[in-house]
Design a protein around this ligand. Sequence first.
Ligand code: NAD
Length: 411
Amino acid sequence: MKAFEATKLYFQKASDIIDLSDAVRVWLTTARREVQVQIPIEMDNGDLKSFIGYRVQHNNARGPMKGGLRYHPEVDLDDVRALASLMTWKTAVVDLPYGGAKGGVCVAPRELSKKELERLTRRFVDAIHDVFGPDTDIPAPDMGTGAREMAWIRNQWEKYHGFSPACVTGKPVEHYGAEGREEATGRGVGLLAFKLLRRLGRKPAETTVAIQGFGNVGSHAAKLLAESDFKVTAVSDVTGAYYRKEGLDIPEVLRYMLANNMQLKGYANAERITNQELIALDVDILIPAAIGGVITIENAPSVRASIIIEGANGPVTPEADEHLDQRGVTILPDILANAGGVTVSYFEWVQNQQYYKWGLNRVRQELDHVLTQAFENVWRESQEKNISLRTAAYVIAVQRVYKAAQLGGLS
Ligand code: NAD
């Protein structure tokens, strides 16, 4: 099942509970605007090459639309559409004053030189600059893009509209970027693990954790969890998984990765296992933080963790979700679990709008505050209605968007 269908399915489940009419469901699931543009650029060797770029603006009932910009060879409209709607529910469940959007260019960024990527990014902005901006739709980094691309986007957008760093987030700190943006998603995963554990009456020191994916999200989550007394017994990346029953020395694993071209391959102070074996480890918490669709109906029966925290987007398929839910596994859903990133993006936008810079401590405190509120609301909803945390998160998000859309009216 593709990500778009999975998001729709969770939306429908929540809509059944809220009792929304079919017409309202169509209204809330259909994108407000979908833009597809051609991006012709001159390559370094003088050849002409055309790329296709997308920006899908799903919903703006609760505020300017917000979502990343992905550079990947498999980007297509369907994918971008799914991710745009996911952003609407994500910003709503965390109660940021935003709607949802997503963009992408079908390109393999590693095959382009820096100069070619810059031309591509600037040309893309030329094509869509009039449909995004600080009060309409604010892009951010996603797979294949980072602070460098965001600086190019800002610079190009400002050529048309004048100084306005809030037109894009995830910028370098020297370009009005926020302190703490890089760690935000992983830190959020760690903070939420802590909140969830407390609600379940368990203690970090007695809790083992396995993390799939040791990139931005996984490594920052591991760092915070290890600092908070959790025992992280396994981590992995695309090269394989590394397990130590007594708990890994996370600062040492991080140092190894930084010195080893950002990969774990060859890490010697742990047992080498496969990514599949990591998913089936006898741990308390499993954190899939790599890619989508890794826990399926085929391997879900082998999962032994009683808690799953979705660091990645859509790592558990809907069939696996149902199976695990019936087995009593607690799943903290992606739209809440990995919302730390968009939350700090929101802080960046707020600082840019006010020309006032926050320090790292303030960013961390506000992040904790926003995620705690969101978590407690979702927890309460799930207890009161006796539904899973995922369904509770969607119920809250869909209700908020519907209410705002209704108040805004149709004309
Ligand atoms: P990243 O590229 O920094 O890291 C990805 C990690 O996963 C790397 O360690 C990589 O080796 C590993 N990996 C890739 N394919 C794998 C596979 N098949 N098996 C095992 N490991 C594999 O990416 P990231 O920014 O950490 O994002 C991870 C996930 O979190 C993605 O699904 C992303 O969409 C989601 N997410 C990220 C953010 C953010 O702020 N970075 C925010 C929300 C959601």
